[in-house]
Design a protein around this ligand. Structure first.
Ligand code: SF4
Length: 348
């Protein structure tokens, strides 16, 4: 049953895709560097948000060699605001692997592509099908949702075994125009059969044979495993200013937000006396508390409840890098968790 439905897909999806595809900057060519960059940027990130980043990144680093040689601060700045910064660190690592292992030329076998840092089954499948027309499916949450609805399969899509199974079923029906087919499936999941709205079955080329549409049950799929709760952590963030400069520090090179800039911060939500004492412990003399704001930031597994304390201090002292607003804007990549406090200063 599943096989019959899936084998009907290329015949209807390819013409539909060619007629309806959105013009996106990364669809202008099939250059592996471009496709790779776009696929990494699009992980967990909306298409609209990626467009500007993609164009700026390639203007700054037009070749794999440029990426391999780029310093970390410039790289983080190009990625600032996109989140999940391990993605860009892996991009650079993989660029270096391409320089060393393949003489700077992007590899063209699935195994070699899959062996690069930061490239999993999905990304390797996408690159190899889009750039080389190999029958290598790219199965992510979008594709799993579409297949679940088409086949009314109630297996939870978060199970790794289901991903593997769908990948094998799709590989068996891949047409010669593999790149277009991969993108057609992605496009269907992004435009007509999306995650957060009622699927637009009346416009869908698959409606004739889609089990979910025929039985009016599309919205019951996909089935997911119950979500685990996120760990919560309180933090106090100090936005310390002195003579037009702000105190920043680099995060450690390992762990959450590795190697990025941050405002000094400590665990817990401190009240005013404790906050002033904490600032003195940092080797600074507090003057006025200018403002206190409450914000939150949600990572994949953790949620920070944050209290931002804007404070003027007497000297640019302590173990910090003191930067002007212009320097912060030009060269310090502040992840969104901290940038939201920066955006409430007068300098943005
Ligand atoms: S017919 Fe509806 S449910 Fe089925 S694939 Fe198309 S949009 Fe999704």
């Amino acid at each position: 049953m599943e096989e019959n439905i899936l084998s009907a897909l290329p015949g209807v999806l390819l013409p539909w895709y060619r007629e309806n595809r959105r013009e996106l900057p990364w669809r202008r060519d099939r250059e592996p560097y471009h496709v790779w960059l776009s696929e990494i940027m699009l992980q967990q990130t909306r298409v609209e948000a990626v467009k500007g980043y993609y164009t700026r990144f390639l203007e700054a680093l037009p070749t794999i060699e440029d990426l391999a040689n780029c310093d970390d601060d410039t790289l983080h700045k190009l990625w600032e605001g996109l989140g999940y910064y391990s993605r860009v660190r892996n991009l650079k690592k993989a660029a270096n692997q391409i320089m060393k292992r393949h003489g700077g030329r992007f590899p063209d076998t699935y195994e070699e592509v899959r062996a690069l840092s930061g490239i999993g089954d999905y990304t390797a499948g996408a690159i190899c099908s889009i750039c080389f027309d190999y029958p290598t499916p790219a199965v992510d949450g979008n594709v799993l949702r579409v297949i679940s609805r088409l086949t009314e399969d109630a297996t939870p899509i978060d199970l790794p075994a289901r991903k593997k199974e769908v990948s094998q079923l799709l590989a068996a029906v891949y047409p010669a125009e593999a790149g277009d087919f991969t993108q057609a499936l992605m496009e269907l999941g992004a435009t007509l059969c999306g995650p957060n709205w009622k699927p637009r079955c009346q416009e869908c080329p698959c409606a004739q044979f889609c089990g979910g549409a025929i039985h009016g049950a599309a919205e019951q799929f996909p089935v997911k495993l119950p979500k685990k709760g996120k760990k919560e952590e309180d933090r106090t963030v100090f936005i310390l200013s002195c003579d037009g400069k702000y105190a920043l520090q680099k995060r450690p090179n390992k762990g959450l937000l590795a190697g990025l800039w941050q405002f000094p911060n400590v665990s817990g939500k401190l009240d005013t006396p404790k906050a002033l004492a904490a600032v003195e412990e940092l080797g600074l003399r507090p003057r006025d508390i200018l403002r206190i704001v409450e914000r939150k930031h949600i990572f994949t597994h953790i949620r920070w409840e944050m209290r931002g304390i804007y404070l003027e201090v007497a000297e640019c002292a302590g173990d910090f890098t003191w930067m002007t607003a212009e320097e912060i804007e030009a060269s310090a990549a502040l992840p969104t968790a901290f940038r939201q406090f920066w955006e409430e200063t007068d300098h943005v």
